[in-house]
Design a binder for this molecule. Structure first.
Ligand SMILES: [Zn+2]
Ligand SMILES: [Zn+2]
Length: 469
């Protein structure tokens, strides 16, 4: 039935294109379409879905089912010839890929995608597959290929013969997640693993203890820098403060009672090597230009690249815009408690970068979201978060002002990569911390500022209580 529809459609499309110049033929086309629709309408019970499909073809709402309405739209708008894959009627996206053609100059030119709407969503689960992530990190193991082989083997070995759900690596990752989430001690984890190993079939390969589990996971760790901080959030002990033992602002000791154990530590995961790694993968390097080559530019808002802010930046910084691989990043942060959601005794603030060059289906995937900072508690950094952001801001400044030389594996060339902080994502209190704006009291709204009318509630027991009018 579908192939018949496609054939008839192409005939009609052809006839309709001819009919634009010859009005006599136009009448003929209308007559043929009319006959076609009437014949189809007799084909119960397919008629409802058929009219829905036809309505979609000609770009009208599926609820419009009347023949004369369909004919009216058909003559006015013609068929949507890009609707070749029936994604709205049960067909899946599989097989739909970006068309690539070669231009006269021999360079690959990326055409717009064939599907008009949710076209550029390659696979909703892409970017979350463990095997892909490990392969993407292969260059990290360049100096020690044996370690990589070990990790790869663990990621492919089934937990026990016939197990299709868990591998040696994914099982330990899952269990370690539970351990961290519930604050299990190593001793408890040892016993849990022992019991699980006993429950599984004899020839299972589950790690037999916490120590072995750590050995499996260590090569997967991210490269990071540990930077000591003042326990009162005044300064970071880096650069010219590297050798100090007391805080130059509040004089608090850098160390706990025992010399050598820092009072507070910031974890920084450098961003430049991560961007270099992304571009060293040809597939990822191509995806990072999606915002220009792959995006459907029909004026609808689907992605930050469709926003006026994106266009404003394009206009203001033409040099930045010229290089399509330049990155536009979003910074996101919020407090969380890795040791239990209800405890107020600890607050960790992860700072995450999101790359908006990527399509909407990928930019929020784990593989492409970059953990850049981990600010450990016990209390939240509040407005002092800017002290902790310093190493990240330093790198971002280099990326914005000068850029760094990066090899693009897709285009097979080295180029100067620049990046900008496009926006920030946070809740309202964190907005106050990041921007320094007061988000409480009379002028809490950053848009209205002091133009807002409010009334001070005298009898409120809270220190600040304004009723917005
Ligand atoms: Zn201090
Ligand atoms: Zn307002």
């Amino acid at each position: 039935m579908r192939s018949a529809v496609c054939t008839l459609t192409s005939v009609i499309c052809y006839q309709q294109s001819v009919s634009q110049s010859v009005s006599k033929k136009e009448q003929l086309v209308r007559k043929s379409v009319s006959q076609l629709v009437r014949r189809i309408s007799q084909l119960e019970p397919f008629v409802a879905s058929w009219f829905g499909s036809l309505a979609r073809f000609i770009g009208v709402r599926a609820s419009i089912r009347r023949i004369d309405e369909i004919l009216g739209h058909l003559s006015k708008n013609a068929f949507d010839r890009t609707y070749t894959r029936w994604v709205w009627h049960g067909e899946n996206f599989e097989g739909t890929r970006t068309r690539t053609r070669t231009s006269d100059s021999g360079n690959d030119v990326h055409d717009v995608h064939e599907r008009p709407d949710v076209n550029d969503i390659p696979n909703a689960n892409e970017g979350d597959r463990l095997g892909d992530m490990i392969r993407a990190a292969q260059d990290k193991f360049a100096e020690n290929p044996a370690t990589f082989e070990g990790v790869l083997k663990d990621s492919e070995t089934p937990l026990y013969p016939g197990c299709s759900k868990y591998t040696r690596l994914s099982s330990i990752l899952r269990l370690y997640n539970v351990k961290a989430g519930h604050g299990l001690t190593d001793q408890c984890f040892d016993e849990v693993l022992e019991v699980f190993k006993d429950m599984l079939p004899d020839d299972n390969v589950l790690a037999s203890g916490a120590c072995e589990a750590k050995k499996i996971l260590i090569p997967m760790g991210l490269p990071y820098e540990k930077i000591h901080a003042c326990p009162n959030d005044c300064v970071l002990y880096q650069n010219e403060r590297e050798s100090l033992k007391n805080c130059p602002v509040c004089n608090a000791s850098r160390y706990k009672e025992k010399e050598g154990v820092p009072a507070k530590v910031l974890w920084y995961f450098p961003i430049v090597p991560k961007f270099k790694r992304l571009f060293s993968n040809a597939d990822d390097a191509q995806k990072l230009t999606w915002h220009f080559y792959g995006r459907n530019k029909d004026g609808l808002l689907r992605h930050p690249a469709d926003s006026p802010q994106w266009r404003f930046i394009d206009g203001k910084y033409p040099e930045f815009r010229k290089e399509k691989r330049n990155l536009r990043l979003a910074l996101s942060t919020d407090g969380m408690n890795p040791f239990g959601s209800l405890s107020s005794m600890h607050s960790t603030w992860p700072v995450i970068l999101v790359t908006y060059n990527l399509p909407p289906s990928l930019c929020m995937k784990r593989k492409y979201m970059m953990l850049t900072l981990l600010i450990f508690g016990p209390k939240q950094p509040g407005n002092d978060i800017d002290v902790y952001l310093a190493p990240l801001i330093d790198d971002l400044k280099i990326l914005w002002e000068k850029g760094v030389k990066v090899f693009d594996a897709h285009q097979n060339e080295t180029f100067n990569l620049r990046a900008m902080l496009f926006c920030t994502i946070q809740d309202f209190p964190a907005y106050g911390n990041l921007s320094g704006y007061t988000v409480k009291g009379k002028t809490a709204c950053p848009i209205c500022e002091d133009r807002i009318k409010g009334k001070w509630l005298k009898n409120s027991k809270k220190i600040e209580r304004w009723l917005k009018l």
